[in-house]
Design a protein around this ligand. Sequence first.
Ligand code: SF4
Length: 331
Amino acid sequence: MIDRTKLQDFHTALHTWFSLNGRRGLPWRDNPTPYAVLVSEFMLQQTTVATVIPRFNNWIARFPDIHSVANASEAMVLKEWEGLGYYSRARNLHRAAKAIATEHGGTIPFDPATLRNLPGIGRYTASAIAAFAFEKCLPVLDANIIRLIARLENFTKPVSTSQGMASIEGFASALLPEIGGRIHTSALMDLGSMICRAGTPDCLSCPLRSFCKADNPALLPVTPPRKKTTEVVEVRFLAVTPTTVYLLQSPGPRWKGLWILPPCTNPGEQPIVTITHAITRFKVRLELHLAAPDPHLTAFPLDNLPAMPSPHRKALAMALEKIHIGSTGHF
Ligand code: SF4
């Protein structure tokens, strides 16, 4: 651990670097209201910063405060989330907004333990909201910070175990300042992402070089080998007229509540469209076959589609293009 007498120097080096080099243009940082931070943390759980920025801005324009989310229907929330994937996040954000509106008078709690009682908020998200929205000084352990701390401390045990994570948390706690949790956490995250990056870090540019104990940083942190990707085939059917498409509302668990292309048990010989997409460790090949409408399906106008998962929306668009139904509505 870094000597307590050097902690002030450590903070000065880190914060000076951050003030000159930290990431700019993150709307939830520029105006870190508790609501903006809450929304951004839900969106960032499984999506990159670059993808989140425009979607965050759209969301805030559509739902400017906690009450506007709480009062919206699930269909409206899912529609605004469309394309971001992992839709349980949208449903949890909706449920959390309702709980904040009804149980907390519309005020987002600042205490991590209370935050963790809200739907979709685990340990990491509660800490991140407490630090970014309320300036709390506590360890916020995302992948960038875990990597940075493991290298700073030359921690050569696996970080995937509860013991390993407890050690990283202990190291991170020892580095905390007394005030200013937002800047401290942002600086660690940015340094981990931009300088102490995965693979080979840029140690020559690192402001913390003199504090770092890593012998071979490219080998840290120690993590278990990645699971192999499994390939699966999904066969779906497309029932469509020049103006209408017939869809099925997913009963879940995957894509619960979203409108999907229905599963096909009796496909023709050649799919009209095939696309591949990844879900966790699965590589899915989606084959789409033309078929007649089924009475159990719901018809939607092609120019006003409901919330659909991205792979299905993409396969539908490609199929319509192929059979010459576009915005003009011609076969
Ligand atoms: S010196 Fe290198 S390994 Fe150590 S914290 Fe900086 S970038 Fe990471």
